[in-house]
Design a protein around this ligand. Structure first.
Ligand SMILES: Nc1ncnc2c1ncn2[C@@H]1O[C@H](COP(=O)(O)OP(=O)(O)OP(=O)(O)O)[C@@H](O)[C@H]1O
Ligand SMILES: [Mg+2]
Length: 361
């Protein structure tokens, strides 16, 4: 067997940790070149790659080192093109559109949307956050952007478009930058949905890996408009362990299912309180609700977040907890959440496109 074939055979068996398939089964090996003791390996993998690229890179290096020792290895990874499941001309530059939703108010949607977005940016993704809560916009407060209107500029066709704010590595637009609270309070139904559509379509988001939509509570006009007009990759549902919250989230799951938006996972917030003296986890609002709901909805429980006053403090200071000097623990939790969400998206891309299974003998 020549050297290139030996390399190919060794990396063919490397596993993609998210989708439980080998690089060979994934048709991921695009090209292998060998010149003067330098191996160039070109891979094509299912996005988003921010959380797995390094793992796969290391696995390939190990496999090559074991089969052909002493060569210098350069690995180039490109993202596979994933066609949208719902054809749409809305937001063509955005790869993944994620709604953060819950039937119930006050369960932590906005806190989680903001910190998830910033955690994804910390991992190297390009991220936008659209605060779609007209009556109670949170992004301006949570990111310390109160009283800062959106800048506008004219595009090539002379249309006025909004320029999102940049903060903590993410692009942000909020109804709170556009409408005064008193103005919002008198808007109803279709008019509200109109404002929302304008905000989605007339913001210059540029190219994004992720656009996170922080939704208002419930299953009303905004949620429906979003689900119908925007080609959502999926929704992440936020719940607390109480039965009342679970019931509301169930309703939310039903709504998304009805409009063919997949539920990518559940996040259980305020799951437990870590006792500051004995470090025991106390399940303040009961236990097992998130797991039961995840099973019922047929989506994974992506993360359980503790009840912790530091979240409130960070919010009051206008700093996302994942950027806060005392937010070490939450930084780790939100990174695990981002990782779990990316894994679920990759799995769905894999099963959706079901690439031809080429068997290399
Ligand atoms: N895990 C937590 N521990 C402590 N406080 C939290 C936690 N999660 C959220 N909070 C606090 O609970 C309040 C509600 O959170 P948040 O605004 O994120 O909820 P929401 O679901 O977006 O609410 P709404 O339905 O009004 O949009 C905030 O004051 C927030 O700081
Ligand atoms: Mg909110």
């Amino acid at each position: 067997m020549d050297t290139i074939e030996r390399i190919r055979t060794s990396i063919a068996q490397v596993r993609d940790p998210d989708v439980a398939a080998t690089l060979s089964e994934l048709n991921a090996i695009h090209d292998i070149q060998l010149r003067d003791g330098v191996v160039k390996l070109y891979l094509e993998l299912i996005p988003p790659l921010q959380w797995v690229a390094r793992h796969i890179d290391l696995s390939c290096r190990e496999a090559i080192a074991a089969s052909v020792p002493g060569v210098d290895v350069h690995i180039f990874v490109r993202e596979r093109e994933i066609p949208r499941t719902t054809p749409s001309t809305v937001l063509p530059g955005v790869k993944n559109l994620i709604a953060i939703a819950s039937g119930k108010g006050g369960v932590g949607k906005s806190t989680i949307a903001v910190n998830l977005a910033v955690a994804m940016a910390q991992a190297g993704a390009t991220v936008g956050l659209l605060d779609a809560d007209i009556y109670g916009p949170s992004a301006p407060t949570l990111l310390g952007l109160q009283g800062m209107p959106l800048h506008a500029r004219k595009d090539e066709r002379g249309h006025i478009i909004g320029v999102p704010h940049e903060r903590y590595g993410i692009r942000v637009a909020s109804m709170g930058f556009v409408l005064q609270r008193e103005q919002a309070a008198i808007l109803r139904g279709p008019l509200l949905a109109g404002y929302f559509t304008t905000l989605v379509e007339q913001i210059d988001w540029g190219e994004l890996d992720f656009l996170i939509f922080d939704l208002p509570p419930g299953t009303g006009d905004i949620q429906l408009t979003l689900a119908q007009k925007v080609p959502l990759t999926g929704a992440v549902l936020i719940t607390t362990p109480q039965e009342l919250s679970l019931a509301d989230v169930r309703r939310s799951a039903t709504m998304f299912r009805r409009v063919n938006v997949p539920v990518l996972g559940i996040v259980e917030n305020m799951s437990y309180f870590v006792c500051p003296t004995c470090a025991h986890r106390i399940p303040v609002f009961g236990e097992g609700g998130g797991e039961a709901l995840a099973e019922e909805v047929g989506a994974p429980l992506l993360e359980r977040l503790p009840l912790d006053p530091i979240l409130q403090r960070a919010s009051d200071e206008g700093i996302p907890v994942v950027e806060h000097p005392t937010g070490e623990h939450f930084r780790a939790l939100f990174h695990t959440l981002a990782r779990a969400l990316a894994r679920e998206i990759r799995r769905r891309h894999y099963h959706h496109q079901s690439p031809p299974m080429e068997i290399t003998l």
